[in-house]
Design a protein around this ligand. Structure first.
Ligand code: ADP
Length: 598
């Protein structure tokens, strides 16, 4: 399926979106009516010339049976007016139809692609370059919309134009048909050649503009560092250089693309001259009616001019195709961590167990080796160890962001792979290292996992997370707006909000990844006191660097290079005089630090 989507993306789109076929056909019909109505007035001009030249014997006199030339012209004027009304109306309806179709497909694809991306594993997201998924959901979907809105109708109209005008020429004289159509292959081949030359030039323009905006975005993000190191001049020069490169790329592209239309004009001139001369001679010889001759002279221009846009249409087509291929590739990306079907019978006790777990990332080596770990319901356990030991990886398995390569992770005895997301993640409150705040008020951010929570419930959760005091001190209290990234709050404040958010869900299991690393000692003590109450009747698993944070845990697991090397209570581990004891000595200053990390 993926293969087919990549080879013929637009066909695949047609297959998937069968609900739009009716609207697509309607748009084609409207465009066709519009094109026919567009060509007819020219034929009417020819008929009018014919009336003036031939009078009684004119084509109109034959068809309508009207003798007076004035009456014939009157009829022609009336028909012409009617055709113009049809043309205007069909143009309007066709534009609405194409635009509506493009917008609907764009909307559906965007939502579908976003929803699918949401279901893909965190590992998948982390393994893609930042912004790639965003570019597909935004830019690629827009590109397809542009093709459907502009490219497809233009292409259709050009083809119809060639067919209709061709029919008129064919009816008049096949020699003229051949002469007038001679430049077409030339123009189309020329367009293809131009497009191929232009492609790398446009690619360079896009690359340069991406470089430029990337550089500016990075610089604005790091503005304080630039100022601190008085690097303004240097950075200005870098931005200037990137801007010059962008300008140059544009100049190169325009130099080539601007040459195209004048060249096509030459081809048109050839076709035009042929019709003018040979058609004129034929008329003088009496082989062609004067009216028809005048029609053909007009028609040659009409036939060839729209072909100047062939290159642009092909460009839209190719971009639309490439974008569709990328969107379909995203939609076809398999969900590697799919939801299970089992619903845990409530209330969830919160017993977590890992047996023989081996885990790693993508094709990389194992990060966890044969880990056995049990957290009985209601206990507070800690996981400690040096940076890179695999603590976060372990937590990710408990939340089922990833599945283990072998072994089993279970909640209340059920393998996580079998659980529905509500049963698994609905039972877990998670505070990540990097706290994400949504654009909205503080209250909304705390209530993120429980949107219907009352003000009092939000306040209680904040108190348990030692966040109430600082929130009350803010100008709008709980209604204070935190920006997209919550930039107005300190790291410690953000951590406390995240903790309140997790506690408000009243989860059976609380998972804290370095949840108090960014707060001062005093605040940490306050959080610890609250946490002791909050975790009294729930399971808690915390990763912490500062061992003082976890010394009261029911059990501490010491992880080193992906293996559990020790476990026990604080006192037991200190008495055992192993890895934990030496970490503890380092942190309490009883011995000199061995490694900066420990
Ligand atoms: P800790 O939390 O103890 O510092 P981690 O679980 O973050 O340790 O990391 C354990 C190992 O896994 C490290 O070697 C790290 O480089 C690797 N690792 C962590 N996250 C990823 C990832 N997303 N992709 C690949 N490797 C990763």
């Amino acid at each position: 399926m993926t293969d087919r989507a990549q080879r013929a993306p637009l066909e695949e789109l047609w297959r998937r979106y069968d609900r739009y076929r009716g609207r697509f056909v309607l748009a084609i019909v409207l465009s066709t009516i519009n094109k026919i109505a567009d060509v007819v007035p020219e034929l009417l001009i020819g008929a009018a010339v014919d009336v003036v030249v031939r009078g009684d014997g004119s084509f109109v006199a034959d068809v309508l049976g009207v003798e007076s030339r004035f009456a014939q012209l009157g009829w022609l004027a009336a028909i012409n007016a009617l055709v113009w009304v049809v043309e205007s109306l069909s143009q309007y309806l066709a534009a609405v139809a194409w635009r509506g179709l493009a917008q609907s497909v764009e909307h559906d694809l965007r939502v579908e692609a976003y929803d699918h991306a949401q279901r893909l594993s965190t590992t998948w997201h982390e393994s893609r370059p930042q912004g790639a998924t965003l570019a597909t959901i935004n830019d690629d979907v827009n590109q397809l919309e542009r093709f459907l809105d502009l490219g497809a109708p233009a292409l259709l109209q050009t083809v119809l134009n060639v067919l209709l005008v061709g029919a008129v020429f064919a009816a008049a004289s096949w020699q003229l048909l051949v002469l007038a159509f001679l430049p077409i292959p030339l123009i189309v081949l020329g367009s293809l050649w131009f497009q191929r030359r232009l492609e790398p030039l446009y690619a360079a323009v896009r690359q340069r503009v991406a470089d430029l905006s990337g550089l500016i975005a990075a610089n604005l993000g790091g503005i304080s560092t630039i100022k601190a190191f008085t690097a303004e001049c240097r950075e200005r020069a870098r931005v200037e250089a990137a801007s010059v490169a962008y300008r140059q790329a544009n100049v190169d592209a325009i130099r080539t693309s601007a040459a195209f239309v004048p060249l096509v004009r030459m081809a048109i001139l050839a076709g035009f001259t042929c019709t003018l001369l040979f058609g004129g001679w034929a008329t003088l010889e009496g082989e062609l009616e004067v009216g028809l001759y005048s029609v053909l002279v007009f028609m040659t221009q009409r036939l060839l001019w729209p072909l100047t846009e062939v290159a642009e249409m092909l460009d839209l087509y190719q971009r639309g195709r490439a974008s569709t291929a990328r969107i379909l590739a995203l939609l076809d990306e398999p969900v590697t961590v799919p939801a299970g079907r089992v619903r845990l019978a409530g209330p969830v006790a919160g017993r977590l167990e890992l047996t023989g777990v081996r885990a790693g990332y993508a094709d990389g080596p194992d990060v966890l080796h044969d880990v056995d770990l049990v957290v009985p319901a209601g206990e507070t356990h800690a996981i400690v160890g040096p940076t890179g030991a695999g603590k976060s990886t372990l937590l990710r398995l408990m939340l089922r962001f990833d599945d283990p390569r072998s072994g089993r992770v279970s909640l209340d005895g059920t393998d996580l792979r079998e659980l529905r997301w509500e049963s698994l993640r609905g039972s877990i409150g998670y505070v990540a290292q990097e706290v994400f705040l949504f654009a909205g008020t503080i209250a909304e951010n705390i209530a993120y996992g429980r949107p219907g929570a009352s003000a009092e419930q939000i306040r209680r959760a904040a108190r348990h997370a030692a966040a109430d005091d600082f929130i009350e001190a803010l100008p709008d209290g709980y209604d204070t707006w935190v920006g997209e990234r919550g930039v107005t709050l300190s790291g410690g404040q953000r951590q406390r909000l995240a903790l309140a958010r997790a506690l408000l869900r009243d989860p059976a299991v609380l998972i804290l990844d370095e949840a108090t690393s960014a707060v001062d000692n005093e605040t940490e003590a306050a959080i610890q006191r609250s946490l002791r109450i909050a975790t009294r009747d729930r399971t808690a698993i915390m990763v912490a660097h500062r061992l003082s944070t976890v010394r009261h845990a029911d059990r501490i697991w010491v992880l080193d290079a992906g293996r559990i090397v020790e476990s026990g209570t604080h006192d037991e581990l200190v008495a055992a005089d192993g890895a934990y004891a030496s970490l503890w000595r380092v942190q309490t200053g009883e011995s000199r630090p061995g490694t900066p990390d420990a």
